[in-house]
Design a protein around this ligand. Structure first.
Ligand SMILES: Nc1nc2c(c(=O)[nH]1)N[C@H]1C(S)=C(S)[C@@H](COP(=O)(O)O)O[C@H]1N2
Ligand SMILES: [Mo]
Length: 514
């Protein structure tokens, strides 16, 4: 056996583990914090001008590739040395990795535009490197010890096996994970750049301006329009899909007379409409925050279905995302002229954020997201509820998912203490998209239900803010809220969990006044 060489190999595998863990973490941070990119950038920035000129004259436009190759060679040399050191004098080899990680951390966090989490990949990388190096070297030394004992020659066999299996497995795993993650990050950053360059057309039909009265001036109250950065995100995507609009198309097929294919350029050339709509998740608990309201820009799905001409007894559209997620939406809802079901490309004046479906998603007012709001949508199959199921239906959620009448107390926080005689603004939002809310009532302790003040209604498709101004009386009070819909339905007190088709019950808080 050649212990030095094998120790060097352990070091190199540990370095691969560093890169793999760091790149995987960077992938989850949307491509941010990659040590490979940051260290490369730092080397370019720090290199003396003469060195850069030399690189360019030696390698021409391949200078960046050459830089990475050079860095790779350097890294192999150092990590091999660290492996040898770890075999001789543990834990000095591990310390070399810690030092390398610290340098990477500095490179990453001093890059312009680096964020709070950017250091995480480097830290996790060091953990992975040391976590691989130490057991490998331990196995190597066990093997050495046994091999040096002259009694039985075959005693070294299992120790050798153990070392080789571990080294090869860790190395192969690191290579696969690292390469995959790096490619994924690069694709995400490419898509982010493309998204920044997208200019959406002005709407042919603009949404009316939001009246000032739609927003009540109460601190702690959820804003009427949810900023994109604060919009809740729910999906099954481990990694946000990266789609170049130039490669995107939507195919409408199944039970239709005409199969329709729509490209991004064709969609951009259509007269787009703007509609404000509140979207919520079936998993939202009473009082939960899986709900948001945005101004969507898109094209009516009913127009596309009219081109496709559904046939026979079709009653469902199974929309499919590029990542395989599906939603089953009633065909009549999508065809209804009174329902603004959209193939959306814009959200609050911006192209859709990547995590909210860039470049194209569905938005259907009145239905929970899981049966209607397919992000990264690329396909609509006209079919029947009897023949097909959306992603969540076989997983215990209802086939149909209309949004229920609900209301929420945003402020004050549960358990707040006030002084007797204080004027307390109890405020929140209430919704039943597509139906609309006409009243909100608040009950303090054993008192009668009182009408809250309502913000102006923008449309039946969006939530409404409400406030009830209460003068605090002594004691601990349970405060409840309920909404009344425009069709006269009163929000039910029956407490149901989110599964299978949406939670119900009254949001309740306690306020103490002394
Ligand atoms: N491709 C895809 N689209 C999806 C989902 C998903 O998992 N994958 N989840 C749906 C669910 S359950 C909801 S509530 C909404 C949430 O949309 P948002 O993340 O933009 O708020 O997206 C819907 N569209
Ligand atoms: Mo959802």
């Amino acid at each position: 056996m050649r212990p030095r060489l094998l120790a060097a190999a352990s070091g190199v595998v540990a370095a691969l583990a560093f890169l793999a863990a760091a790149e995987l973490a960077a992938l989850f941070l949307g491509g941010a914090g990659s040590p490979l990119v940051a260290v490369g950038g730092a080397v370019i920035d720090l290199a003396p001008a003469g060195a850069k000129d030399l690189m360019v004259s030696l390698f021409g436009t391949g200078d960046k590739v050459a830089l990475f190759v050079l860095m790779g060679v350097l890294m192999v040399a150092i990590s091999a040395g660290a492996g040898i050191l770890e075999r001789r004098r543990p834990p000095f080899g591990a310390m070399v990795f810690a030092l390398g990680g610290a340098l990477s951390l500095i490179a990453v966090t001093t890059r312009s535009g680096s964020g709070m989490w950017d250091g995480l990949p480097s830290v996790l990388g060091v953990g992975a490197a040391i976590g691989v190096l130490r057991p490998l070297v331990t196995r190597l030394r066990r093997w050495e010890t046994v091999a040096q004992t002259p009694t039985r020659t075959d005693a070294a066999r299992p120790e050798r096996r153990s070392f080789i299996v571990w080294t090869v497995t860790a190395g192969a795993l690191a290579l696969v994970v690292g390469t995959g993650s790096r490619l994924g990050s690069a694709a995400m950053q490419r898509t982010a750049a493309i998204r920044r360059s997208v200019r959406l057309p002005a709407p042919a039909t603009a949404a009316p301006a939001v009246p000032a009265g739609a927003s009540l001036d109460v601190p702690g109250l959820t804003p009427y329009v949810t900023p994109n950065a604060d919009f809740y995100r729910i999906d099954t995507a481990l990694r946000v899909p990266s789609i170049d609009p130039a490669d995107w198309s939507l195919r409408i097929h199944g039970a239709v007379e005409n199969e329709v294919t729509l490209t991004w350029d064709e969609l951009m050339a259509l007269p787009l409409e703007e509609h404000m709509a509140t979207m919520s998740c079936v998993s939202n608990e009473v009082g939960g925050d899986l709900i948001g309201n945005a101004l969507w820009l898109g094209y009516p799905i009913r127009e596309l279905l009219a081109r496709a001409k559904p046939t026979g007894d079709a009653d469902m559209v199974l929309s499919r995302s590029i990542d395989g997620f599906t939603a089953g939406t009633p065909l009549d809802v999508l065809q209804d002229t009174g329902t603004q079901a959209m193939l959306a490309v814009g959200m609050n004046g911006q192209p859709l954020p990547a995590e909210h479906g860039f470049p194209v998603r569905m938005v259907v007012p009145g239905l929970f997201g899981y049966v209607s709001a397919t992000k990264w949508v690329t396909e609509m199959e006209v079919t029947r509820f009897a023949d097909a199921q959306g992603y969540w239906t076989p997983r215990g959620w209802s086939e149909r998912g209309p949004v229920k009448l609900e209301s929420r107390i945003d402020t004050p926080a549960n358990g707040t203490s006030v002084t007797v005689g204080d004027r307390v603004a109890i405020a929140g939002v209430a919704w039943q998209p597509h139906t609309g809310v006409k009243a909100v009532q608040v009950k303090v302790g054993g008192a009668e239900w009182q009408d809250a003040e309502l913000a102006a209604s923008v449309s039946a498709d969006t939530w409404r803010q409400w406030v009830y101004r209460w003068t605090a009386t002594s004691g601990d009070h349970e405060v409840r809220v309920r909404a009344v819909s425009t069709d006269g339905q009163v929000q039910t007190s029956v407490q149901r969990p989110p599964a299978p088709n949406g939670a119900t019950g009254w949001d309740t808080i306690t306020i103490s006044a002394r």
